[in-house]
Design a protein around this ligand. Structure first.
Ligand code: HIF
Length: 336
């Protein structure tokens, strides 16, 4: 899809969703325990985590200034993407990683973690090893937050990752606003909820099943490793998965199946490299080929990019919405 038609589609989504919206009268910096707009939110601490509940308490109308101009926010995020001095020339991949690490802490049983709250702004979560390097992305997005102070960080980060995927050639993805920022770090999830790249399929399954994903959705999501690269000063691993790390495509699956992967001989963590030594796979990536179900989907997505794009768009939206109360199921509007 071309740039102009994508922009139009984006605006249609923004307008369409605003028809369902009763604007909140509270500022985005209010805690999830705050109260405002049509819904009053209350929080209760359960087992060290936070449960968010919402109840209809009345309708109020906010002034235009209190509602972020989401179409403009999108454009401002787009402006930040290209940068020849950053990695492979785009901040897109690290925005995608920020959005996913903010969301992927969710636990479907305790309803803790997830994108609501943007708790990665606070210790201890900002210091979790898995989040190394994400301060660069958070800092880069501060310019957009300053320009649009009423957008929550939780909305800004998830939108930035989503816009980045779209602008790097990925599918159009339905993004929903309405996340609220936590006031402090009391709702930070425990360390260890994000995946450990040195592990195998049992670990990958347990991490993503905890978030509520199916095996098919896990493989679809993993196609995002077509983007970006590993950095020795962050994860310790090194290199990109594909030759076009700022283009969203099904190339991750093609590389996984068609390239020859051998253990990299170096003074670093165990990872795989191709014959040229320029591409890499993590142990969790290569393990997909050893599992019958995972492999079936790797092969399907390598063969059919349109199928991958469709499945990815659905799974990514689900990831971005983890931990956010919404009504009407997956296609419903967020509760704000
Ligand atoms: Fe990643 N991922 N990811 N990842 N990831 C890294 C980088 C990126 C895992 C490990 C790593 C997903 C799942 C998993 C991106 C997007 C997604 C790095 C390197 C590691 C180690 C970090 C660095 O050194 O900078 C593991 C173990 C996962 C589960 C198996 C998601 C599906 C693919 C959910 C996802 O969307 C992106 C983009 C990057 C590149 C970041 C960059 O700065 O270039």
């Amino acid at each position: 899809m071309g740039v102009s038609s994508r922009t139009v589609a984006t605006q249609v989504v923004t307008r369409a969703s605003s028809t369902h919206r009763v604007a909140s009268s509270s500022s985005s910096s209010s805690s999830s325990g705050g109260r405002g707009g049509r819904y009053g939110w209350s929080t209760a601490s359960v087992g060290g985590g936070i449960v968010v509940a919402a109840a209809v308490v009345g309708v109020s109308v906010a002034s235009a200034e209190q509602t972020p101009d989401y179409a403009q926010v999108r454009r401002d995020i787009e402006e930040l993407l290209d940068d020849e001095s950053w990695d492979d020339g785009s901040w897109g991949p690290v925005f995608v990683r920020l959005a996913w690490h903010a969301s992927g802490t969710y636990d479907v049983c305790s309803h803790t973690g997830g994108s609501n709250g943007a708790t990665m702004r606070f210790p201890p979560e900002c210091n979790h090893g898995a989040n190394a390097g994400l301060a660069y992305a958070r800092e880069r997005l501060e310019a957009v937050k300053r320009k649009h102070p009423t957008i929550s960080y939780a909305d800004l980060w998830t939108l930035a990752g989503t816009v980045a995927i779209e602008r790097m050639g990925g599918p159009d993805i339905r993004w929903r606003r309405g996340r609220r920022d936590a006031a402090d770090g009391t709702a930070c999830p425990a360390d260890g909820r994000l995946p450990d790249a040195s592990q195998g399929n049992a670990h990958t399954r347990s991490i993503f099943h905890r978030m509520g994903f199916t095996d098919r959705e896990i493989v679809a999501l993993l196609g995002a490793h077509a983007l970006g690269r590993c950095h020795t000063d962050r994860s310790g691993y090194s290199g990109p998965w594909t030759n076009s790390p700022v283009t969203f495509s099904n190339d991750y699956f093609v590389q996984l199946l068609e390239n020859k992967w051998t253990p990299k001989k170096w003074n670093g963590p165990h990872q795989y490299e191709d014959a040229s030594g320029s591409l890499m796979m993590l142990p969790t990536d290569l393990a997909l080929l050893d599992d019958k179900v995972f492999r079936t989907w790797v092969e399907a997505y390598a063969k059919d990019e349109a199928l991958f794009f469709r499945d990815f768009a659905f799974a990514w939206q689900k990831l971005m919405d983890l931990g956010v109360p919404y009504r009407g199921g997956v296609l419903g509007d967020l509760l704000l």
